[in-house]
Design a protein around this ligand. Structure first.
Ligand code: SAM
Length: 352
């Protein structure tokens, strides 16, 4: 089915409620209310910590159609998911992606969904920001590791800083709240993080700094990239007053207020601090595989029950069975004996 035909069939859907089943609770009594969906494994950048330069991507025929992605997301919403984040790869390079946003926005209108959002590298936002905001996307995460154009090109291999800044401008002009995500990279941006704090806060954006995670073979030793955030925080504390605050976004970041700028700074520390105890999320790939944990191999195939029947009974049962297997947490390690990735799959597959 072409995207155009698909769009016509989707916009005809009324925005009635799909809530029908009891909420999903995992074996550790955590309610699962947050679904992240990688809508494509492809990206217009090749960030050195995320992908190797010559990635092999999935054949397009293996991808779920946009209509199937909509059906899967809607089934999760029917089971109590309240927050939906589209990611990738780069979600905004998936052909026809705005038809999926347009269609999913009906769950905001019905009140079943609290938040529809995305994580993006920002390159396509000049084109899409206004429509995303009009559909009800209020907050957006944009990834940006450096403000130096040459370094930006070196990190992303293919990206241009100007285009991402234009994307950030477009998102803010459209009225969306922007959070910048920066991965801390040893010897690359470690001396720039204070500047990034000043810059983001000066533009009324939050900043979250992320520890590099050992996901997928990227052709470089992880030990070369890894910078513990305990060290980053200690260095920032030499320049800024960092006050612990209770603010949470429903994700794993722990936030501080930077007294000098008045802005918020988050730290995501999968390696130095285990953040699993409050995990409320699962991750769906663009082929319909559900990962119950970013850092574990176990996964559930939802494509087979999705395609087996046009009713959602099999699919709902498969979702429930998967949540019943959600593990307590992950166990990433980077040290000299563990130079290989902890998991073979890249972040672009599971969705960052
Ligand atoms: N293309 C979009 C973007 O750039 O935000 C969405 C997908 S990207 C995989 C999501 C986030 O994961 C980005 O902020 C990226 O920096 C981060 N990321 C990718 N690989 C990572 C890794 N190995 N460790 C930590 N963060 C990673």
């Amino acid at each position: 089915m072409t995207d155009t035909i698909y769009m016509e069939s989707l916009v005809a859907e009324p925005s009635r409620s799909v809530r029908q089943r009891p909420p999903l609770i995992d074996p550790f009594q955590r309610p699962i209310t947050y679904l992240r969906v990688s809508v494509t494994d492809r990206c217009d950048f090749r960030c050195v910590y995320c992908m190797s330069e010559h990635m092999t991507f999935l054949p397009k025929a293996d991808l779920l159609t946009l209509e199937e992605l909509d059906r899967l997301c809607s089934a999760f919403i029917g089971q109590g998911v309240r927050k939906l984040r589209l990611t990738g790869g780069e979600p905004l390079v998936r052909r026809g992606i705005m038809t999926l946003f347009r269609s999913l926005a009906r769950h905001l209108d019905s009140g079943d969904l609290e938040e529809l959002t995305l994580t993006t590298n920002g390159s396509q936002l000049p084109k899409y920001a206004a429509e995303l905001a009009a559909l009800g996307v209020k907050r957006i995460n944009i990834s940006l590791d450096t403000l130096d154009p040459d370094k930006f090109r070196a990190i992303t291999r293919w990206g241009e800083l100007d285009k991402v800044i234009a994307g950030i401008d477009a998102a803010q002009a459209a009225g969306m709240r922007v959070k910048i995500n920066a991965v801390a990279l040893k010897g690359v941006n470690e001396n720039e993080l204070a500047e990034l704090v000043r810059w983001t806060h000066g533009r009324d954006m939050d900043l979250t700094i992320i520890e590099v995670m050992p996901l997928g073979d990227v052709g470089e030793g992880r030990l070369d990239q890894y910078l513990p955030l305990s060290m980053v925080r200690a260095r920032l504390a030499e320049q800024f007053t960092l006050q612990d605050i209770d603010y949470r976004t429903g994700g794993p970041a722990r936030f501080v207020k930077v007294v000098e700028t008045g802005g918020r700074l988050g730290f995501i520390t999968p390696l130095t601090h285990n953040f699993c105890e409050s995990c409320n999320r699962v991750r769906l790939t663009c082929t319909g595989t559900l990962y119950m944990c970013l850092g574990q191999e176990d996964a559930a195939d939802l494509r087979t029950p999705l395609r087996a029947s046009s009713s959602n009974d099999l699919l709902d049962a498969a979702i429930e069975a998967a949540i019943a297997r959600k593990p307590k947490g992950h166990d990433f390690i980077i040290d000299r004996r563990h130079q290989r990735p902890a998991l073979a799959r890249h972040m672009s597959v599971t969705g960052g």
